[in-house]
Design a protein around this ligand. Structure first.
Ligand code: NAP
Ligand code: HSE
Length: 430
């Protein structure tokens, strides 16, 4: 049997302990499948005295993850500490400078520093692998980089943040407002330490930017992702969209258009009976479209000890087998800067507004839409009990450019017939 592949594990939280447990439970199976044993030699975390629900006594403890990354008895540095800066970045750089391969679950680190790290790794003859960083247990990086390597990718879409999908589906199923469900999710421990990473769409945007790079051969450009979180999604819109046959999802979409690379992570309406529309709870879903393969839909757990450590181990085992691919599928120096599309592709929009229920009110709204070049596809008026002088009006437009929608929204207040602001949410054709 060849010499063991030796891991230095930085981070002993949810993911790190999952890696320890898989290696302890399946050491023989893993060795048989890769042709060599895989062992942990040293570990690092902040607090050595913490009870971690795993047997760690046979591993050397390193207080400093940078020292861990440089150790001579470490072949692969496994970074599962988290954070775009600080220890994770410094230790990853140190590992590469010491000629180690890197496996990480850290999408924030790669979204911000992926290009520089990939260039450094490839110049040093090292690999960086990050299956766990996007959609947890779903093997989307492997599918995109390897299984679909002969395809021109046309579009990548998905629900990539389980916490947001939990919140949106719970609002829908229980009829509860956002604030109540957010508190519930917090009590269940679903939210990141900084909740805005989840509900602000940032975590999912990080993931989308990594997929965009692999799919379209572009440098990671997280700053160009159009980001909008779920904080403004109201229970009224969830109910009314549902009545019209749609569900609201925090949906990531990346596609190359004639106007440049379009990257969006925003709340969208999707058909309720589509695979994305049916997705419940904390589950993730990724939809890949390639010119030869057509559409592939992958669904699975996007987080948690088991799914995420399964993905980390898949990367480690590829390294043990000798598979050495560029970080983002193409040599890092050949990735081209992404030219961001200035605006999203036209799409139908859902609009909700409260109008004074009086002659000519609807005509004024329709005139604003017409002047903005937007055509109405469906319209519905709801008269709510106790609101004699007001009516809720729901409109589904034909395809409209986002700039035209903004133009119409800006013109609505001037009509004098709206009560409050109108809501407009994109309907994604999936
Ligand atoms: P976690 O439970 O918070 O664990 C983080 C670990 O890193 C802890 O053991 C912590 O030490 C250690 N650590 C943090 N800063 C450190 C430092 N400066 N020096 C040494 N050790 C340090 O985090 P996690 O959920 O396992 O996530 C780890 C990474 O995986 C993150 O990048 C995350 O985004 C990614 N990820 C997580 C999931 C998931 O389901 N949890 C899914 C996909 C990706 P102490 O224990 O001593 O505090
Ligand atoms: N906070 C993420 C989610 C898990 O809710 O999907 C880590 O990627």
């Amino acid at each position: 049997m060849p010499a063991p592949l030796r891991l230095g594990l930085a981070g002993l939280g949810t993911v790190g302990i999952g890696v320890v447990k898989i290696l302890q439970r399946h050491a023989d199976l893993i060795a048989a499948r890769t042709g060599r044993p895989i062992v942990i030699t040293a570990v690092s975390a902040r607090d050595r005295s913490k009870n971690r629900d795993a047997e760690l006594s046979s591993y050397t403890w390193e207080t400093d993850p940078i020292a861990l990354a440089k150790r001579n008895d470490v072949d692969v540095f496994v970074e599962v500490m988290g954070g775009a800066e600080g220890a994770a970045k410094l230790a990853t750089e140190a590992a590469i400078a010491s000629g180690k391969d890197v496996v990480t679950a850290n999408k924030a680190l790669l979204a911000h520093h992926g290009q520089a790290l990939a260039e450094a790794a490839e110049a040093a003859g090292c690999v960086i692998r990050f299956e766990a960083a996007v959609a947890g247990g779903i093997p989307v990086i492997k599918v995109l980089t390897e299984a679909l390597a002969a395809n021109q990718i046309q579009r990548v879409m998905g629900v990539m943040n389980g916490t947001c999908n939990y919140i949106l589906t719970r609002m829908q199923n229980a009829g509860l407002p956002y604030e109540t469900v957010l508190k519930e999710a917090q009590q269940l421990g679903y939210l990141e330490a900084d909740p805005n990473l989840d509900v602000g769409g940032i975590d999912a945007g990080h993931k989308l930017s990594l997929l965009a790079s692999i799919a379209f051969g572009t440098r990671v450009s997280f700053d160009a992702v159009e980001l909008e979180g779920i904080g403004k999604v109201s229970i009224d819109d969830i109910r009314m969209a549902n009545d019209m046959g749609y569900h609201i999802k925090l949906l990531g979409v990346v596609q190359m258009t004639g106007r440049g690379l379009e990257q969006r992570m925003t709340p969208c309406l999707v058909p309720a009976d589509s695979p994305l529309g049916q997705l419940q709870g904390g589950t993730n879903m990724i939809v890949l479209e390639g010119d030869s393969v057509g559409q592939i839909v992958m669904r699975g757990p996007g987080a948690g000890e088991g799914p995420t450590s399964s993905a980390v181990m898949s990367d480690v085992m590829d390294i043990a087998r000798g598979l050495r691919l560029p970080t983002f599928g193409l040599p890092a120096t050949s990735l081209v800067p992404a030219i961001p599309a200035k605006s999203a592709t036209p799409a139908p929009y859902y609009m909700r507004m409260k109008l004074l229920d009086k002659p000519g009110a609807l005509a004024k709204v329709a005139a604003c839409l017409g002047e903005a070049g937007i055509s109405i596809n469906q319209m519905r008026q709801l008269n709510q009990p106790g609101e004699d002088n007001n009516a809720i009006v729901l409109i589904v437009t034909h395809k409209a450019a986002p700039a035209d929608v903004s133009h119409a929204l800006a013109a609505f207040p001037g009509t004098g017939v709206l009560k409050g602001a109108a809501v407009a949410i994109r309907i994604e054709e999936v």
